[in-house]
Design a protein around this ligand. Structure first.
Ligand code: G4P
Ligand code: NA
Ligand code: NA
Length: 190
């Protein structure tokens, strides 16, 4: 994944000691060729696990989750975000805080789209505190499906989300591990 790290160094913008802007790579513009390559990488790592569905949360997870689902030859289901207080009976729903945005949203997946027969791979772009990831994992559990693992492009090791997921016994694969953003510099963990 040296190519990914190179792109992060060249195109990422260190905004603060905690935030790396990746608008040219993941969050605003995406390079389809790079996405397909990263999707193949996740597919290789989880091949043999009998995955039937890839899941993510809109919006920035969709491109990498699509590439992974395409490489695995399975459907992609993306959780929708809603700012609603209404419970919807046909939906599996979890409330998720977002520190960066300072708001709370609900993420929802229709009960029709994942069920107890599924073996699910969760894919996302970045993991920070992991609130969205934890919410989506709860939804997958409530659907009765088996969560086979998670693949996330960028892991910020200095925030707690990735470790919390691994502590739950969930297999988490990440492609670029960022140890620090101090002094305006991206330092990778290995
Ligand atoms: P989480 O994704 O680990 O749950 O983290 P958190 O709640 O802390 O972050 C909220 C949003 O901010 C997430 O996007 C997350 O991907 C994004 N984010 C956190 N740290 C960084 C960072 O250093 N750089 C960038 N570019 N994004 C970061 P989201 O709410 O899921 O929104 P969307 O991107 O899907 O619209
Ligand atoms: Na994001
Ligand atoms: Na995301």
């Amino acid at each position: 994944m040296d190519k990914l790290k190179k792109r992060i160094i060249e195109e990422g913008v260190v905004v603060s000691e905690e935030v790396l802007k990746l608008d040219k790579l993941l969050n605003h513009q995406v390079d389809p060729e790079l996405m397909m390559e990263l999707g193949r990488e996740f597919a290789e790592r989880f091949r043999g696990e009998g995955i039937t569905r890839v899941v993510t949360v809109e919006s920035s997870g969709i491109s990498i989750a699509f590439a992974t689902a395409y490489a695995l030859g399975v459907p992609l289901v993306f959780a929708r975000r809603k700012k609603t207080l209404l419970e919807e009976a046909d939906m599996l729903q979890e409330r998720v805080p977002s520190f960066t945005k300072g708001i709370v949203t609900d993420i929802l997946i229709s009960r029709d789209l994942i069920n107890a027969q599924d073996r699910v791979l969760f894919i996302d772009d970045i993991i920070a505190n992991g609130d969205a990831a934890k919410g989506l994992i709860k939804i997958v559990e409530r659907s009765g499906a088996k969560l086979v693992g998670a693949g996330i492009v960028v892991e910020k090791c200095f925030q707690s989300g990735a470790q919390a997921i691994r502590d739950q016994g969930i297999r988490l694969e990440t492609l670029a591990k960022i140890k620090s953003l101090e002094n305006g510099q991206v330092i990778f963990a290995e």
